[in-house]
Design a protein around this ligand. Structure first.
Ligand SMILES: [Zn+2]
Length: 197
């Protein structure tokens, strides 16, 4: 292991990203048999909405608490509206670029919900879900773009079929979801990823 992990050293082994801190979510199951992972779905999330880095009294980041079924639903009025939600993503990227992996890429995370991509339903079956800490109303940070571009390049390498299908939650669940939102710079991301290939 290198003493410091740089974005260019990101690798994926056995479904785990080297540069991520592992935090196991119980919210996953097996992908259907013989599934080819061929799609990456970008999301944004913040808890409470539009607040970044907020933690519970236990010091746990609210988003990480949500993804591990540890969120105190009484801690904020908004949390009542999502009470009981059992959701996850493969990766969560905070505002400073820190990466947490919650579900092995080879397993099926619960990020997309009811969804369809290019006529294929159930995007969770065949996609990798990446949550950026953010909102539809604020720009994402340069650290997040740097991290995300390196992560996507690593995913392309480990799961080559994903190279053709990089999309957003709003594209696979139109009318129901709006993330990652209009502030997400797709062209910038694509050009940053291309430089890493
Ligand atoms: Zn989403």
């Amino acid at each position: 292991m290198p003493s410091s992990i740089t974005p260019s050293s990101m690798t994926i082994n056995g479904g785990l990203l080297s540069a991520a801190t592992w935090l196991a979510s119980p919210n996953f199951n097996n992908r259907p048999d013989n599934t080819t992972i061929d799609t990456i779905v970008i999301h944004n999330i913040s808890l409470p909405p539009d607040e970044f880095g907020a933690c519970g009294t236990d010091g746990v980041h609210y988003v990480k608490a949500l993804f591990t079924n540890q969120l105190d639903w009484a801690a904020h009025p908004y949390f009542q509206t999502i009470k009981g939600a059992e959701v996850s993503a493969h990766l969560f990227i905070e505002r400073d670029g820190t990466i947490t992996q919650l579900v092995n890429f080879n397993d099926r995370a619960w990020h997309a919900g009811r969804s369809s991509y290019l006529g294929r339903p159930e995007c969770n079956d065949y996609s990798i879900g990446i949550e950026l800490e953010g909102s539809d109303f604020v720009s994402f940070t340069s650290e997040q773009y740097d991290t995300l571009a390196a992560v996507i390049a690593a995913i392309y390498s480990a799961y080559p079929k994903t190279r053709r299908h990089l999309t957003g939650h709003s594209d696979i669940a139109p009318g129901r979801k709006t993330d990652p939102g209009d502030y997400f710079e797709w062209a910038k991301l694509r050009s940053m990823v291309a430089k890493q290939l």
